[in-house]
Design a protein around this ligand. Sequence first.
Ligand SMILES: Nc1nc2c(ncn2[C@@H]2O[C@H](COP(=O)(O)OP(=O)(O)OP(=O)(O)O)[C@@H](O)[C@H]2O)c(=O)[nH]1
Ligand SMILES: [Mg+2]
Length: 206
Amino acid sequence: MVSRSSDTVTEPRHEDQLPSTVSTAVKIVIVGGFGVGKTTLVRSVSEIRPLTTEETMTEAGAGVDDVSGIERKTVTTVAMDFGRISLNEELVLYLFGTPGQQRFWFLWNGLFEGALGAVVLVDTRRLEVSFDVIGRLEEAEVPFVIAVNAFPDADSYPVEELRGALDLPEQVPIVVCDARERASSRDVLITLMRYLRSFAQTSEPQ
Ligand SMILES: Nc1nc2c(ncn2[C@@H]2O[C@H](COP(=O)(O)OP(=O)(O)OP(=O)(O)O)[C@@H](O)[C@H]2O)c(=O)[nH]1
Ligand SMILES: [Mg+2]
């Protein structure tokens, strides 16, 4: 006799279902250096259970991965994070978080493909890890906003000082966030979508 449990199909969780009103789906990448909070942001904001590919950090990373400021970090993303958020009834964002360790950056090109925009998470205690990240985005011509993930023991700097340090043009939005907070992470994504929209409007033929 076939048991009931073996032929029961699990119903998708309610939040896994996209509302039928959704008409636009957009791919967004969440990038940044090692340990800046990319996985945390995808986790906090995703309305579906996020897919993460975190592995325990091992001795192999000693001397390679700079853990200063994030000494309590025990896991790291090795492939990608994936999550989803509906910003309104029509617009859904698919979020792809990249690995932060430079030895996994070869995966980035694939993750950038088809991306409409990016969030660059920045930790002001380790600003220098963001330089290469921003360079890669500029090369790939993916528009981005900067989200300063406010770690409690990090100094805060005026936005214009950060803009200078990161050598960014004045139109690139810079916002402060707490990647652990859903509302804060959502605000970052709204800032990005507004920026992308302003872009589309200015590039439309007159
Ligand atoms: N205090 C504080 N801690 C945070 C915040 N965001 C992340 N963290 C912590 O910082 C550590 C690193 O966060 P992750 O989300 O793993 O960073 P990541 O950028 O995905 O790291 P990699 O994938 O290894 O590059 C974790 O221990 C988080 O709990 C934040 O906004 N505030
Ligand atoms: Mg991660």
